[in-house]
Structures are given as C-alpha cells and as structure tokens.
Unconditional design. Structure first.
Length: 119
C-alpha cells in the first residue's frame, strides 16, 4: 500500500470528525487495539486531532487484561482491528461503564449507542 502524508492527514481528520460526532470530549480516552498497520496510525493521529488521549492494547491481550487496561484508562472509545475483537469487547461492556463507542478498522466504521459513521 502506498500512502502519502497528505492521505494520512485526510484519514486522520475524517476519523477525528467521527470521534467528535460520537461526543468525544477533549481529554477523554481512546483505546487502540491493533497491530502495527496504517490504520493504527490514522486512528492514533485522529484521536490526537479530536483532543483525545490515546492508550494502546495489544491485540493478543487476554480478555481480563483488556478489561483492566480499558477500565484503568477510563476509555470512552475503543478501536479494534477486527470484527472478532469487537465481538469480544461486547462480553466486557457491562464491566466498562465509561466505554460508549467502538470502531473497527476492518470496516472503517465507528459506532456508538445510536450513531454510525464511515471513515
């Protein structure tokens, strides 16, 4: 894949707009659960552009570790690289009251309680 810094900036701004549409406020946490890939960079920069504070979760982390990291960080949004990771997060939702939205880089879509936005 060939990507320019201009492309990266555009994708980051679109993702930032999606986070803001979901109600992300300055200083709230965005967790990124992904391996090293272009999408991780777009999400990282997008979270910064939206005023979010990023935290990382290894994609190979065990569910108990994911729950601890997200809870400790008070993550409001989590971005995962696969639909399977999003499915696994559903099992943890009741233990993570601050978590209001999830995003999948696999589908380039951000979803919240009642809104969805492609990026």
């Amino acid at each position: 894949m060939s990507d320019t810094w201009a492309d990266t900036g555009r994708r980051a701004r679109v993702f930032a707009a999606a986070l803001i549409d979901l109600g992300l406020q300055h200083g709230e946490r965005v967790a990124i659960m992904s391996g090293t890939r272009y999408e991780w960079l777009w999400c990282d920069y997008g979270a910064i552009c939206a005023g979010g504070v990023r935290t990382s979760v290894y994609p190979s982390s065990l569910p108990a570790d994911v729950e601890h990291i997200l809870s400790d960080a008070s993550a409001r949004v989590v971005v995962a690289e696969s639909a399977a990771q999003i499915d696994a997060l559903r099992d943890l939702r009741s233990a993570l009251p601050e978590l209001t939205s999830s995003a999948s880089t696999a589908h380039a879509r951000v979803t919240g309680s009642s809104r969805s936005r492609a990026w």
